[in-house]
Design a protein around this ligand. Structure first.
Ligand SMILES: C[S@@+](CC[C@H](N)C(=O)[O-])C[C@H]1O[C@@H](n2cnc3c(N)ncnc32)[C@H](O)[C@@H]1O
Length: 317
């Protein structure tokens, strides 16, 4: 996606009606009504919170889509988006309005907490065949779940034979295809701690330009498409959930609901890691105790009225 930037995008251009803002095409108008319709749709379907101050940014991102879709104006584009045949364009919309920026071991302290608070205390239980589930929600191109898998394998080299699964989900099928390919520019390998680099990438598949994540790391991760605003066909409890730099796009009530849904799915003592500029809010604050920077553990207070989780996703046994 494009704009982790959206909430923090560079200074917005003028939104006044009098002057045509820079970047506007004379032949394609973007009225207040057009913006409101797009914003309402993005909020309803994806939880995105598009402020009026981002109107020009939204225009510049979407006008390219209009051209590609052959739409003469935004009203036609919205009709297409909202119509039965709009599924493919809806994916393009979310992709245009958000960003996929990520990297290996982003906020490395979260991986240390995963190891110290979740993996080490449960190592014996796991060796005895017990189950562990970790979820990377909003996983983008896969660097986050692969970093989780490398952390697991560092402590438990036999993890591929254990009952450990990492579920990695994102709304964007194109970014999930890249995640599954597990092939990255060699430059990105620098983000992996020195001690783990040799275990992370496949030497035989390496070129000067590209690195390939090792098969045993890939084998722990199960990718699936999932819109966090829709039903979650996932089966808890989870021992850890990473949802970092995703909720930043959502408004406050949507964020609070999201944290509450995670709290309901976490096992007692389970770890929740969120993005560096995100804050816990709502009922979940009573269920999650801070254990570090933007990291929380599920305490013993009742889950609230969310009800039991749905059935398992087929890709996650
Ligand atoms: C900035 S990336 C974060 C990647 C990773 N978690 C990290 O922190 O490095 C945000 C990701 O959230 C995904 N996303 C945005 N809205 C979503 C939604 N409603 N449901 C699921 N994923 C969403 C985007 O497709 C994108 O890949």
């Amino acid at each position: 996606m494009t704009a982790a930037s959206l909430p923090h995008a560079a200074a917005p251009l003028s939104t006044g009606a009098a002057a045509e803002p820079r970047g506007y095409r004379a032949d394609i108008a973007f009225t207040h009504a057009d913006f409101t319709r797009i914003a309402a749709f993005a909020h309803r379907e994806y939880g995105l919170h598009l402020q009026e101050s981002k109107k020009d940014l939204v225009y510049s991102r979407l006008v390219k889509r209009l051209r590609k879709a052959g739409c003469p104006d935004f009203a036609t584009y919205c009709n297409q988006l909202e119509g039965d045949g709009g599924a493919a364009e809806r994916v393009e919309l979310i992709s245009a309005l958000t960003t996929n920026v990520t990297h290996f071991f982003r906020e490395e302290h979260h991986f240390t907490l995963l190891s110290d608070l979740v993996l080490k205390p449960q190592a014996d239980r796991l060796r005895a065949g017990q189950r562990m589930r970790i979820w990377s929600a909003g996983c983008s191109a896969g660097q986050e779940p692969y970093s989780i898998a490398a952390t697991v394998l560092e402590l438990l080299p036999e993890a591929t034979r254990m009952n450990i699964r990492i579920l990695a989900t994102d709304i964007d099928p194109a970014i999930l295809a890249r995640a599954r390919a597990a092939n990255y520019p060699a430059e990105e390998a620098k983000g992996v701690p020195d001690r783990l680099r040799a275990q992370m990438f496949d030497r035989a598949a390496e070129t000067s330009a590209q690195v390939q994540v090792q098969a045993r790391i890939r084998g722990l991760v199960h990718f699936a498409e999932l819109n966090l605003m829709a039903d979650w066909p996932v089966h808890g409890p989870f021992d850890a959930i990473f949802c970092r730099n995703v909720a930043i796009y959502f408004d406050k009530p949507t964020q609070a609901r999201l944290w509450q849904r995670y709290a309901a799915l976490l096992a007692p003592g389970g770890l929740l890691c969120i993005g560096h500029s995100e804050r816990l809010s709502g009922p979940a604050t009573a269920q999650l105790d801070s254990v570090g920077i933007t990291a929380y553990r599920r305490n013993a207070s009742p889950a609230g009225a969310l009800g039991p989780p749905g059935p398992d996703v087929p890709t996650v046994p």
